[in-house]
Design a protein around this ligand. Sequence first.
Ligand code: GLU
Length: 465
Amino acid sequence: MTVRSRFAPSPTGYLHIGGARTALYAWAYARRHGGQFILRIEDTDVERSTPEAVQAIVDGMQWLGLQHDEGPFFQMQRMPRYKEVIAQMLDAGTAYRCYTTPAELDALRDAQRARGEKPRYDGRWRPEDGKTLPAVPEGINPVIRFRNPIGGAVAWEDGVKGRIEIANAELDDLIIARGDGTPTYNFCVCVDDWDMKITHVIRGDDHVNNTPRQINILKALGAEVPVYAHLSMILGDDGQKLSKRHGAVSVMDYPAKGYLRDAVLNYLARLGWSHGDDEVFSMEQFCQWFDLDHITPSAAQFNTEKLNWLNHEYIKKTEPAELATLVAPHLATLAIDASSGPPLARVTELLRERTPTLVEMAEAARYFYLRPALNAELLKLHLVDPAKHALYELVNAFASTNWTKADISAAIKAAVAKHALKMPQLMMPLRVMVTGQTQTPAIDAIMDVLGREETLARIKSGLAS
Ligand code: GLU
């Protein structure tokens, strides 16, 4: 059997981070088993579906690198097929026309409630052997209902939640086409999964209630029933359902906030699935390891701190030149012109140990490209005698120092020794004059990258202040 999994988003907004995890798991499952991954756009809710949302899904999947093997298929383009299957079901007797009007249904439900019963369709138009159906009324477009089995139960071995069983008595005869002939959601999903030969349905557990209905329809169609695996939802940092108020919920918010693709994928892979104690792993490894058995049935909680930690792990091991390419758009967002200063790769090499996201890296890079304003308060605190005197001498020494990190460092050390100072007594005022702040990478390294001319200009203006 060739594994065929699918991701079937409804294009009604952005690609949600939870949807991305679903897509990742379905994709990885197909990769693991050398199968196919299918992208299907479920756009039958015409009121809420938009072309922009379709584009957002495509963009999100592309950024994540979750390449589909087939599709995207659009349900709206498959209407003739759904109608064809409905016609076949009417012929086969697995579906029937129901002429009950909305008013009659309301009356039926009221009467059931009054008797203390659960409201449900009473099967009045359901054909049975030996039963006489009501006379077909004039001028009513019937809905089409699925003839759900009456006795017994529907059961499946859920890949995540274990065995689930629902009595057929709990299931109404589902409307599979409306009065105007348009097929309904659950029915389209069945025809699609059947036609697309889906073997594994990995989706959010908000669909668990649809599954018994879908299994019954698939069986009536003579289709293979796929394996179902329902993923628990993702909660926010605070334990509430993940929503906009938690900040980044759209996949595309993550690149904008300076997260690396591999870090986001790695984070999502671990969000509800585990492989021993492994925390940092590549997608290649994930595709070799991923299985349904190690998906956690309980809800996963989003943890921004952990994502930041993971992102930093990836930043630290990314080559400076690649980091330069990745951080460049973030510098542009901050209106920092990277052509006005040292090569960006030298800057990213200095900063990568300290900045967990690309946005923070871009902010930290600012003083390499824009001369910081003198911070009077910090200068007053750190630019004090006897260090001040030593710094005047050091400026002169710097004019002829070989401009390498080692020689700059040696010059500073010599000044410290000569004036019997402690290292921080020179390092701190230098930091403040050169970068405008006190928390930075090693100052000799910064000065080396910044260049002699700009460094001396900054120190001189600091000393003159
Ligand atoms: N279109 C559904 C959703 O976006 C998914 C349906 C499915 O995977 O079966 O929630």
